[in-house]
Design a protein around this ligand. Structure first.
Ligand code: ADP
Ligand code: MG
Length: 763
């Protein structure tokens, strides 16, 4: 019976059994639940193994590779514990009795011509081994284990090529490429292929998600064609053509969603907050001890202008650590306060919120001391609102926000809670945006009573253009490209401890010299140490947007545990840095303790701060000049760049030492040398991106977006993303509701839904 008939029969049986009316023409559309198409059993397995529930989801489960028919898989490269699908030839097969119990074992040996792999089946009848005769070729799938030094698959699933189903399929499609899917023990690759085929056979795409014009302009094939081409390619050109088209879908759908958001956002009303002569901002500018850089002036002028409009500003301000973003944000906040509004500054961590509070208090001086002794006449009030406030302080802070007596409120996620109210919220500033999702921004926006507040988002992680278009595509962007004048340069050096052990000795001496000259140092470790196994550490995995490359996994893999704050601080204190005042900072300390340590360091009461990456963002101690990063190869490129931005902030040149045991020429070492070789964060962000998976780049706050980008590569596909953005913007301008594009409208809705769902899951 032809496959098509089988499918229809299965469908008919299924529907009859379930009393589901067959729909006309027996076709399936993308939104259909899988069980309608492939039956309950297979649908349940796909759902539990891979979370695939609809036709669209199954068809977006793309093959991870293609095997050429007849080209055997390299068996030598298989690793124990891997779940594999291999194409191989049977070399021998024999059945023998088991020694200690009744029953028999079938042992077959398969080969790729060089390496061998054993297949073992226990049991009685061995019906399943029929056909496993020498010379037969097939696909074998299972978990690689090892028995007496030989690698084997126990009870593998297999499908012989050239017989039965596979034969039929091969003839039907004349394809020589076999799609290989990421499989699991519940579902072998070819079973997934079988389900995909059934879905493709009945698939109907009444409205292509890409407008015909766009397809024509960019030479893209139809959607259904592309799905067939990626799952059942005739040749490699077919794969390439189909992938390209499907990448377009990913990029376009996202850019349409972002274009709609931009449009929707400017459709809101906002209270205009134009500059007021003789107000706080003017007084603040008067008191500034330095000239604003050209970049600061330009960004500041744009922001000032947008704050004065009756539609909300949505601006991303990016610039290196120390480029002076905070000053710009503060000036924007003062403009809003002058115009009778309130401003809120949201930081990703408690430490940062507190630091912002301190530094902004000191920048404002009397201007921020309303109601306090020494406050200026027209002063405003600064209020700190974080999760760790005691009940009374919290009540007080909430009251100040709600009554409007606080002009500027600084805080953490606690600010997102429903109970927080503002009298007249005019501006939301978000520091280090990449830790927040769109929905979190919206939660804050909704706190403005009349229309929406203006929004300024700041990030110190330089973002390649494509990432900006993808992650922050609904924002306008200002970039600070220069550091304020008089900033001292930072010298960065790799310290290879294995090759030159005395360099490490020299490292500690350097710290002693700087401390003797009255300056301070950081020593950063990847781990806290002393933890029970499994306990959460501050080392990268714990923070939301860890940028440690995916390849750098737990310590065990690398043999030696990495340096830890607790061990190293003890070693240093009793050894090379004895007599110096050492402080210890990490995420397991209670927050008031953290605060005390940071304050002591800022006040110069601590010479050397041994710490984890909790100091990564925003910490500002100009007297700190040396930063030693232990096991630097365990950190991502951008993270190292961020870390070294902590030194060289004052009058004295900064020194950053990257300590590593990575050997010369290794990938890890090259990464460190790249960091040492340039201070350009944009260059480094591209290196960083090249080494990370897109999902890591987008961060967990972008989890929904991440799972929607399967084929698109943010670096390689820069042109495509740019083109998709142009097309999407034009389309949305002409047809905001996508009424002429039902297929696209559905795809965009599904994406928005996905982002919302992942956000709610996390919340
Ligand atoms: P960012 O937030 O971008 O990391 P900050 O705004 O915290 O940078 O600025 C870093 C330091 O540089 C602060 O001490 C700030 O007062 C100072 N600064 C900012 N702008 C200038 C400028 N134009 N000239 C000199 N110093 C500046
Ligand atoms: Mg800052």
């Amino acid at each position: 019976m032809a496959r098509q008939e089988l499918v229809l029969l299965a469908l008919a049986r299924y529907r009859a059994g379930d009393g589901i009316p067959a729909y006309p023409g027996d076709v399936a559309v993308l939104a259909d639940p899988l069980r309608l198409v492939i039956g309950d059993k297979a649908a349940k397995r796909l759902a539990s193994a891979f979370g695939l529930c609809t036709v669209a989801e199954l068809l977006a489960y793309y093959p991870r590779r293609y095997d050429k028919r007849g080209e055997l898989t390299d068996l030598i490269g298989l690793r124990e514990g891997e779940y594999v699908t291999v194409q191989a030839e049977v070399a021998s097969a024999r059945v023998r009795r088991m020694k200690n119990r009744p029953g028999t074992i079938l042992e077959a040996m398969v080969t790729d011509g060089r390496g061998q792999l054993a297949l073992t089946f226990f049991g009685h009848g061995h019906q399943e081994w029929r056909g496993l005769s020498p010379g037969a070729r097939g696909l074998f799938s299972g978990e690689v284990s090892s028995y007496r030094g030989k690698r084997q698959l126990t009870h593998p699933e297999y499908e012989l090529l050239g017989v039965g189903n596979a034969q039929a399929r091969a003839e039907e499609f004349a394809n020589e490429l076999i799609p290989v899917y990421r499989a699991s023990a519940q579902m072998a690759s070819w079973r997934i292929a079988g389900s995909v085929e059934i879905a493709l056979d009945v698939l109907d795409v009444p409205s292509d998600p890409l407008p015909a014009e766009t397809r024509r302009r960019h030479g893209l094939c139809g959607y259904a064609d592309a799905l067939r081409g990626i799952h059942r390619p005739v040749d490699e050109a077919d794969v390439i053509r189909s992938k390209y088209r499907l990448k377009w879908d990913e990029a376009f759908r996202l850019q349409v969603l972002l274009a709609q958001r931009r449009l929707a956002a400017i459709a809101y009303n906002a209270v205009p907050r134009p500059p007021v002569a003789g107000g706080l901002l003017a007084a603040f500018d008067e008191s500034l001890p330095f000239e604003l850089t050209i970049g600061q002036q330009l960004a500041g002028a744009t922001i000032s202008d947008e704050l004065g409009r009756d539609h909300p500003m949505h601006r991303l301000l990016q610039g290196e650590v120390g480029s002076g973003k905070t000053v710009i944000a503060l000036r924007a906040m003062l403009q809003v306060v002058d115009a009778a509004g309130q401003a809120v500054l949201l930081a990703p961590t408690e430490v940062l919120a507190q630091q912002h509070f301190r530094s902004i208090s000191s920048m404002l001086g009397p201007l921020g001391m309303a109601g306090q002794l020494g406050g200026a006449a027209h002063a405003t009030r600064l209020t700190l609102l974080t999760g760790s406030l005691g009940a009374a302080a919290r009540r007080q802070a909430l009251l100040e926000a709600a009554s409007g007596s606080a002009g500027i409120v600084i805080g953490t996620h606690a600010l997102l809670q429903d109970r927080v109210q503002f009298a007249d919220l005019g501006l939301v500033v978000i520091d280090e945006q990449h830790r927040f999702g769109v929905e979190q921004r919206d939660a804050l926006r909704d706190k403005a009573g009349d229309g929406r507040p203006h929004m300024l988002v700041m990030t110190a992680t330089p973002i390649p253009r494509t990432v900006a278009m993808t992650v922050f595509g609904d924002l306008d962007v200002s970039t600070l490209t220069e550091l304020p004048a008089g900033r001292s340069p930072i010298g960065t050096y790799v310290v290879p401890v294995d090759e030159r052990p005395h360099y490490l000795t020299r490292t500690w001496e350097r710290i002693r010299e700087e401390v003797a000259a009255g300056r301070q140092a950081y020593v950063v470790c990847p781990r806290i140490g002393g933890a029970e196994p499994g306990q959460i550490e501050d080392s990268a995995p714990a923070c939301a947007d860890s940028d440690v490359p995916a390849s750098l996994e737990p310590d065990e893999i690398q043999g030696r545990p990495s340096a830890s704050v607790l061990d190293l601080s003890a070693d240093l204190g009793g050894g090379p840095l004895s007599g110096l005042r050492l402080g210890v900072l990490h995420g397991r300390l209670p927050s008031d303790e953290k605060d005390k340590v940071m304050l002591a360091f800022a006040d110069g009461l601590v010479d050397v701060l041994v710490t984890t990456t909790v100091i990564e963002v925003g910490v500002d101690v100009p007297n700190a000049v040396v930063m030693v990063i232990m096991d630097a190869d365990r950190f991502g490129v951008s993270q190292l760049h961020q870390l070294r931005g902590r030194v060289g902030r004052g009058r004295h040149p900064g020194l950053c030492l990257l300590v590593t045991d990575a050997s010369e020429g290794s990938e890890a070492r090259l990464r460190l040398e790249a960091v040492a070789g340039t201070l350009d964060g944009f260059v480094l962000s591209r290196i960083d991106l090249a080494q990370r998976r897109e999902g890591d780049v987008l961060g967990t706050a972008q989890a929904g977006r991440k799972s929607s980008l399967k084929l698109l590569r943010l670096l390689e596909d820069e042109d495509l993303i740019g083109q998709a953005r142009t097309e999407a913007t034009a389309l949305v301008a002409a047809d905001p509701a996508l009424s002429g594009q039902p297929g696209l409208a559905a795809a965009v809705r599904a994406l928005a839904e996905l982002e919302r769902a992942t956000f709610l899951e996390k919340a």
